[in-house]
Design a protein around this ligand. Structure first.
Ligand code: MG
Length: 248
């Protein structure tokens, strides 16, 4: 799982270095797939329930599950990229949101706040805490800003399958829900919208958008509760450095 996590972090780093105005998201998909296979891993998403690509690329009002296509990235796009990889049967899964070219201050703040909520949720992912503690911590970051918190799509357990029990909602009540214990691995993945929380799915059956066409951001990490403490397997200091350079 650690190897899969490092691979996902590397693929994210490569995608963020490659992303620029004029490039298509199909080209970003190729960048990620090259890194994943180069690390000896297999893309989790490719073929998952018929999904046709190795990354989800979700620009602007797309919340999650966008399919890479031939649309060229434009300056000001807020792009969320979600990547999963499998190593020796174990999965890792992470998403980040960043700006292409010049990003509006609204978009930049939305992404930064969603990332802050991700880490607020991850800090709750410790043995003895409960799933509701994660959702409550995530939600508490969004509410003062007035952002819509997506409730129809949630984080999840992860391991030999990409999506395992328990669900990890982005809202919740502290002290409620499944108790966390050593040996569990979870994906925490807040999705915040500039507008309301309602969603709709495109006719392709995958692309999830905000119903009111407002911008959306999505951040995700895989955390494993090891006997030595929680390990965020998909984290990368390099991605954080790049993030500073790209102001989101
Ligand atoms: Mg996930």
């Amino acid at each position: 799982m650690e190897v899969a996590g490092r691979c996902v972090a590397k693929a994210h780093q490569a995608v963020r270095e490659a992303a620029r105005t004029g490039l298509t998201t199909i080209e970003l998909n190729e960048v990620a797939e090259r890194v994943i296979r180069g690390e000896g891993c297999v893309p989790s998403f490719l073929g998952y329930r018929g999904f046709p690509a190795s990354i989800c690329s979700s620009p602007n009002d797309v919340i999650v599950h966008g399919i890479p296509d031939l649309r060229r990235l434009r300056s000001g796009d807020l792009l969320s990229v979600d990547i999963g990889a499998i190593y020796e049967g174990f999965h890792a899964d992470a998403a980040c949101t960043f700006g292409v070219g010049e990003l509006s201050s609204e978009a930049s703040a939305l992404s930064a706040t969603t990332k802050k909520a991700l880490w607020a949720g991850l800090r709750q992912a410790r043995p003895g805490m409960r799933i509701g503690d994660i959702g409550a911590a995530v939600e508490a970051v969004a509410r003062p800003k007035g952002y819509g918190v997506v409730e129809g799509y949630v984080g999840h357990g992860i391991g030999r399958q990409m999506h395992e029990k328990p669900d990890v909602p982005n809202v919740g009540r502290a002290g409620k829900g499944v108790k966390l214990r050593v040996g569990m691995a979870l994906c925490v993945e807040p999705m915040f919208n500039l507008g309301g929380s309602a969603t709709r799915v495109d006719p392709d059956g995958w692309t999830v958008r905000t119903a009111d066409k407002s911008l959306s951001a999505h951040w995700e990490h895989t955390v494993a509760l090891t006997p030595d403490g929680p390990l965020v397997t998909t984290n990368s200091a390099l991605v954080d450095l790049l993030e500073g350079a790209r102001s989101c």
